[in-house]
Design a protein around this ligand. Structure first.
Ligand SMILES: Cc1cc2nc3c(=O)[nH]c(=O)nc-3n(C[C@H](O)[C@H](O)[C@H](O)COP(=O)(O)O)c2cc1C
Length: 192
C-alpha cells in the first residue's frame, strides 16, 4: 500500500452536490464496488449496523417525489418555498444514484447508540473514499427530512433502523473542487 496514494485519496474526497453532476450514469459494478467498502468499516462486537437503500433509475424520481412531498406536508404555509419544493423534487434525478443511509439497532442493544452511529459514519466515509477513487463526487445530505421516521419507512428500513440522510453520487461536470481545513495544532493535546 502506498502511503501517498492513501493520503491523496483522503485529501481528494470532496462534497460535490447533484447540481454539479453530469448526466453520465454510474454503472452497477461501480456502485457495487463502492457499497462493498461499507462492509469493512470498524464495528464493535461486529454488529454491522449499516443499512442502505439504493435509488437509481425510476427510484430517483420516487425519492424526489417523496422528499418534496414530505417538505410540503411538514412545512407551515407561511414558510413554504416553492423553489425548495422544486429543488427537492428534482435533485435526486440530477444524481447518478442516491443512497439512503440507515443505522440498525440490534435487538439486545449491546452497544450504546453512539457507537452504532459512529460505525455507520465510518462506513459512509469508506464509500465516499472509494467513490473518489472512481472519480465520483459525493454529497451526504442530512436535516429534518433525513431524520424523520417516515423517511426511514420510505427507504424500506425496519422499525429498529434510523435514517441518517442520503448520500448522493455523480460524475462532476465542473473542475474538481478544492477545500480547506484549519491546522490541527489547537485540536490535539499531546501527552508524552
Ligand atoms: C454527517 C454529515 C452530514 C452532512 N449534511 C450536509 C447537509 O445537510 N447539507 C450540506 O450542504 N452539507 C452536508 N454535509 C457535507 C459538508 O457540508 C461538507 O463535508 C463540508 O462542506 C466540507 O466539504 P468537503 O466534504 O468537500 O470536505 C454533511 C456532512 C456530514 C459528514
Amino acid at each position: 500500500m502506498s502511503v501517498d496514494a492513501v493520503r491523496e485519496n483522503i485529501l481528494q474526497r470532496r462534497t460535490i452536490k447533484p447540481m454539479q453532476y453530469s448526466d453520465r450514469s454510474i454503472d452497477k459494478d461501480t456502485i457495487d464496488d463502492i457499497l462493498e467498502t461499507a462492509r469493512w468499516a470498524p464495528t464493535h462486537k461486529l454488529t454491522e449496523p449499516w443499512r442502505f437503500a439504493l435509488f437509481a433509475g425510476a427510484g430517483k424520481q420516487s425519492l424526489g417525489e417523496y422528499m418534496s412531498g414530505w417538505y410540503r406536508d411538514n412545512t407551515p404555509a407561511e414558510k413554504f418555498q416553492q423553489q425548495k419544493f422544486d429543488r427537492l423534487l428534482t435533485v435526486p434525478q440530477q444524481a447518478g444514484c442516491a443512497i439512503g443511509i440507515g443505522m440498525h439497532r440490534d435487538e439486545d442493544e449491546r452497544l450504546p447508540e453512539e457507537e452504532e452511529l459512529m460505525t455507520v459514519a465510518c462506513a459512509v466515509q469508506n464509500m465516499q473514499l472509494m467513490a473518489t477513487a472512481h472519480g465520483l463526487g459525493t454529497f451526504w445530505s442530512s436535516g429534518a427530512i433525513a431524520f424523520a421516521r417516515e423517511t426511514a419507512d420510505f427507504f424500506g428500513f425496519d422499525e429498529r433502523t434510523r435514517g441518517l440522510g442520503v448520500l448522493f453520487m455523480g460524475y462532476p461536470n465542473c473542475d474538481w473542487p478544492t477545500s480547506d481545513r484549519r491546522p490541527m495544532d489547537d485540536k490535539i493535546i499531546w501527552h508524552t
